[in-house]
Design a protein around this ligand. Sequence first.
Ligand SMILES: NC(=O)c1ccc[n+]([C@@H]2O[C@H](COP(=O)([O-])OP(=O)(O)OC[C@H]3O[C@@H](n4cnc5c(N)ncnc54)[C@H](OP(=O)(O)O)[C@@H]3O)[C@@H](O)[C@H]2O)c1
Length: 217
Amino acid sequence: MADRPVIGIFGAGKVGTALARLLVDGGYEVALTGSPRQTALDLLVSVVAPGARVATPAELVERSDVIIVAVPFGKAATVPWEAFDGKVVVDATNYWPPVDGHIAEIDADERSTSEIHAALNPRARVVKSLNHLGYHDMEDDAMPAGSPLRRALAVVGDDEGAREVVARLIDDLGFDPVDGGGLANGRALEPGHPAFGREHSASELAALLDAERVLAA
Ligand SMILES: NC(=O)c1ccc[n+]([C@@H]2O[C@H](COP(=O)([O-])OP(=O)(O)OC[C@H]3O[C@@H](n4cnc5c(N)ncnc54)[C@H](OP(=O)(O)O)[C@@H]3O)[C@@H](O)[C@H]2O)c1
């Protein structure tokens, strides 16, 4: 992987386009693929994320080192997980009943939602991150490294090398990465948990993740 990995984003909505703008600003090559029912995607991307390009799902997967999944949770199965062998995949999705409705099998599943996604392709190097930051804060709260008020974002996943790749990305996006260990710890980043949607420094976020691990043990 080059110093700056090529980034492919599934989902050209609020999160996908905010991340694309930040990443393009940071010098990354970025491709986006949208919903099959989204029309005029080239025009939309040229206006809201200039510098990013539109790709088909197959092109995006082939060209990207890091794939960010930013589609509604209920649509995640429409993303081609089977093609993600060996890719670092950032799962930015949240199971969000106001949008997704209640999905009985998810409600009954003990796993973190990113473990559920990772099981769709055990050869994908799935990392959960970015899901616990509101899209409107992605650009507003991004700050240079060393800023005293810099906000922290967690990075969890079972592949340590993938966590390191995503941690560098988080730092370049303007946030302090906090290594949260294995993917099962992703539950701590889900809606309803204290890390979700709130501003924390790196030490505060690390303490929250530790506390949830103790509770879960
Ligand atoms: N909004 C936030 O502040 C926030 C923050 C962090 C994480 N998240 C999570 O990030 C995900 C995206 O949120 P969002 O707010 O960006 O949603 P959004 O504005 O609705 O954008 C998601 C886009 O993904 C498209 N899509 C659906 N299936 C796709 C596929 N197979 N390939 C490519 N694109 C596809 C959707 O199209 P259709 O309309 O056709 O489905 C929609 O245009 C959600 O899981 C959400 O929970 C949201």
